[in-house]
Design a protein around this ligand. Structure first.
Ligand code: L34
Length: 258
């Protein structure tokens, strides 16, 4: 970061918008801010009240689109129900869209010629790569089909030549499909849905879930039973979450140098 500043006069800047009082969102936004501080990214936080109107939110996004010190804009999701998430995402300049949620960036990812990758799926790919796991030819099963995680996750695994299956609530036999997986990514938001008997011996299991139970934070994977069979597994917390933040930092630096 110091080099970027010294040689190019660039200090990457990230604006994070959070609307309302969702406690989980507050933790995630705080973690993003701490990561920025740790590595020398300028961070601006816009904490708006629950009753913010659509027009006010869009006006802020447009102001940030035009602010030259800001290279990345992220509006923390989910938004309060009265706000239109899609309209907000569409309002962010694709060049500053460090989440890669804007349709222009989603389309580029589909084609395979992209500037940004969405942070959570990119973090999962980084974990896979750094663990020395080759996706080529592997049976990859993604459980969950959200625009934020499941769909782009499937696409990134496909780019790495995986054979990809996407499961969802209408999947007829989830257990049977999961048992085929060499690489299983769980991103549905159902606490401990994936049990040991759903996983093939030696599989790689990545848990994207973040479910807040009254007494603890658990993923979509029942860790203990699955860990007995998996050759590699990510914990919650301390697994995909921190990688999401690392990829956000990477995207912000990229946005600053585009
Ligand atoms: N716009 N909205 C937008 N972009 C995103 O990339 C996100 N996401 C998801 C929710 N909404 C978003 C996040 O930032 C999920 N997410 C996220 C970010 C950080 C962490 C978890 C989810 C994280 O720091 N997890 C810690 C534990 C934190 C805790 O104690 O709850 C971990 O170790 O997993």
């Amino acid at each position: 970061m110091a080099k970027l500043k010294a040689e190019k006069g660039i200090e990457p800047g990230l604006a994070v918008i959070i609307v309302g009082e969702d406690p989980a969102s507050k933790i995630y936004v705080r973690n993003k801010k701490l990561a920025c501080e740790a590595i020398g990214i300028r961070s601006e936080e816009y904490a708006l009240p629950e009753n913010t109107t659509q027009e006010e939110l869009i006006a802020l996004v447009e102001e940030l689109n035009n602010k030259k010190e800001i290279h990345g804009i992220l509006c923390q999701l989910p938004l309060p129900k009265h706000l239109d998430e899609e309209a907000v995402i569409n309002a962010i300049s694709p060049k500053k869209d460090v989440d890669a949620f804007h349709p222009v960036n989603v389309g580029k990812i589909m084609i395979g010629n992209f500037d940004f990758l969405p942070c959570t799926p990119a973090g999962v790919m980084e974990l896979i790569k750094e663990s020395g796991i080759d996706v080529k030819g592997k049976e990859c099963v993604v459980v969950g089909r959200s625009n934020i995680v499941g769909k782009p996750m499937a696409m990134l695994l496909l780019h790495q030549h995986g054979t990809v299956t996407v499961c969802h609530s209408k999947t007829r036999d989830l257990k049977e499909v999961c048992q085929r997986a060499d690489i299983l990514v769980a991103a549905v938001g159902v606490p401990e849905l994936i049990k040991g008997d759903m996983v093939k011996e030696g599989a790689v299991v990545i848990d994207v879930g973040m479910n807040r139970l009254p007494d603890k934070l658990v993923g979509d994977v029942e860790f203990d039973s699955v860990a007995e069979r998996a050759c590699a597994i990510t914990p919650v917390p301390g697994g995909v979450g921190p990688m999401t933040i690392a990829m956000l930092m990477k995207n912000t630096v990229k946005a600053a140098t585009l």
